[in-house]
Design a protein around this ligand. Structure first.
Ligand code: 9MR
Length: 561
């Protein structure tokens, strides 16, 4: 189904009237559905699968124009999935390649409509980049770029206060620095270096690995039409902010810039509390060093001066980290915003990540051993992303071996999975985990040419767009059943029924059951522990890192056709 903006807006107003007199949990009427599939659709030559629940042995594909059956198939063997408590069968219709609009029928059940189309992911890919524009701090979003999501500027951050934890001789407690621009991290308005670093790097890697597709994305932002691709213009907004978070005196990088506690559900310009710059950490310095080293080579053809500035900043942060390899983030007592702390492991992966990016950019050898086993990337771990960048520049047998071990473990997990996905361990931001797995898999296809990895990447990506037991496409505004009540301040406060489009909801997470109150129902099955409620920050918030990897995977699948 292509997203029809006008129709959606009309539906929004009708729903708005209904919404005003019904409780949120009943607000969006959903079709009865025992078939879960990618609600946008599939690439003609790509892997195509849906999940069916029920006793039927066969499935049909119906052309929605002609209402005729165009393909018939047999469902796979029933498989029980502990994560969802369901017995399901897979419908594999990869052999059906005819472009068009369809629905899948199993017994008396019908799926959502979906397309088979060469450009099926183009629009959502563009929207997922555009979402970052909606999150720009310190600037008015004009209607010609933001449409109905136009808003006043918030958080100029030209007088961010140095917190006691960040004080130094030249920047004592209570002094101020100017730290404007950047993106809001998530449903809150904080700006966090660790999460910014993995996000900008994942997006720059999308650009480096798939330059043709990412170079032509048009997002209608103020910089559109300049010499630089829109994707890089958008990333630059955050890189400019990140540079201000370095203490140029010693090269250390502050962990975050936020208010002392989370504000209410208000628009950015209403949040006028003081914002604080909080302590320098090793994780911030190394993530920053990695991103800036990568930015230095990515932006070189477009802005030589900026490229040089990034490299100087990267080296300074790297040098600071060499002398400060164990400065973990410790949340000060008077600060309650996000921590992005990590006590589970040392900073080996961040060190490898920064060393790799610096080595690629400078051609010199920055030493750091590859941490094995490599893990799926996330905000806590940039090593596999570094491995991908390394392999994108030159083949290194050790790195390739470690990367293939990771990809093969994902592939084998998927082979045994009832939902044909590489994940059954659910936690905060599970949508991001699925997408990072899909990124590893699609990149493995690129270096191996083995279609099994591409199919696995597609199948994992399908999860986020609706092939999951919740039946939600977790991308706002894309798909028939999509979150309407994301934990996101502007979407709640802007009086527009539809949330900002193109954001990835965090997805099922059984870990935190307290956010909607002790009595709120959250499924005991981890894969179903999701509620589309505003209160559910642990399952229904959005965040830049999850969007960043969605950008990568949607571009990559599009590019690989
Ligand atoms: O994505 C983060 C998740 O991995 C952590 O478990 C969680 C709790 O510390 O925090 C998540 O990140 C949040 C951040 O701390 C503040 N902004 C919103 C982020 C997304 O929920």
């Amino acid at each position: 189904m292509k997203r029809n903006v006008v129709l959606n807006l009309m539906l929004s107003s009708i729903l708005g009237i209904i919404l005003s007199c019904t409780p949120a949990s009943q607000a969006v009427p959903q079709p009865e559905n025992t078939i879960h599939l990618n609600q946008l659709g599939y690439l003609p030559d790509g892997y195509k699968s849906a999940v069916a629940i029920g006793s039927s042995e066969t499935f049909s594909i119906i052309d929605v124009q002609t209402q005729t059956i165009v393909h018939k198939g047999t469902l796979g063997e029933p498989q029980y999935w502990e994560a969802s408590g369901e017995t399901v069968r897979l419908a594999d219709f990869s052999s059906f390649t005819q472009p068009g609009s369809y629905r899948l029928q199993v017994g008396a059940s019908n799926s959502h409509e979906f397309d088979i189309d060469r450009n099926v992911f183009s629009e959502v890919s563009t929207a997922s980049v555009k979402a970052f524009y909606f999150h720009r701090a310190g600037v008015t979003l004009e209607e010609k770029y933001a449409g109905v999501y136009a808003r006043a500027a918030g958080h100029p951050d030209t007088e961010a206060i140095i917190h006691a934890s960040a004080a130094s001789t030249s920047r004592p407690e209570g002094s101020t620095i100017s730290s404007p621009k950047g993106w809001y991290d998530a449903g809150d308005f904080g700006k966090y270096i660790v999460n910014s670093a993995i996000t900008v790097s994942t997006m720059m890697s999308a650009f480096e690995h798939y330059p043709e597709k990412s170079g032509i994305l048009e997002t209608n932002i103020p910089e559109s039409g300049d010499e630089t691709p829109d994707l890089l213009d958008e990333i630059r907004w955050n890189l400019d902010w990140m540079l201000t978070m370095q203490d140029t005196e010693d090269g250390g990088v502050y962990h975050k810039l936020t208010t002392k506690s989370f504000p209410g559900m208000i628009m950015p310009e209403m949040d006028t509390e003081s914002r604080w710059v909080v302590m320098k950490t090793t994780a911030a310095a190394l993530g920053f060093a990695a991103s800036m080293a990568q930015a230095s080579r990515v932006y070189k053809p477009y802005d030589m001066e900026f490229s040089e500035e990034c490299l100087v900043a990267s080296l300074k942060a790297w040098n600071w980290a060499q002398k400060n390899m164990d400065v973990y983030y410790k949340q000060p007592e008077d600060i309650q915003t996000g921590a992005y702390d990590q006590f589970d492991k040392p900073f080996n992966d961040e060190k490898f990540w920064a060393a790799t990016e610096l080595s690629i950019t400078t051609g010199e050898n920055y030493e750091a051993p590859i941490p094995t086993p490599l893990l799926v990337p996330e905000w806590r771990d940039g090593a596999a992303l570094a491995a991908m960048d390394q392999l994108n520049h030159e083949s290194d047998e050790d790195v390739k071996k470690a990367f293939m071990v990771l990809a093969d473990s994902l592939l084998s997990e998927q082979m045994n999975s009832a939902y044909a996905v590489s994940n059954d361990a659910f936690r905060w931001g599970s949508s991001g985990d699925f997408l990072n797995q899909a990124m590893v898999l699609i990149y493995t296809y690129r270096i191996s040419g083995d279609k099994a990895y591409k199919d696995a990447a597609q199948s994992t990506f399908d999860w986020v767009l609706g092939k999951n037991p919740n039946g939600y496409s977790f991308v706002t505004g894309f798909g028939e059943k999509t979150p309407m009540h994301i934990h996101h301040r502007p979407s709640e406060a802007d009086d527009i029924v539809e949330p900002q489009p193109g954001w990835i909801s965090g997805g099922p997470n059984p870990e935190n059951k307290a956010d909607c109150g002790a009595d709120a129902y959250l499924s005991p099955y981890p894969a179903k522990a999701f509620i589309d409620e505003l209160c559910s920050w642990a399952t229904n918030e959005i965040a830049i890192n999850w969007n960043g990897v969605f950008v990568y995977v949607s571009i990559a699948l599009d590019a690989e056709g």
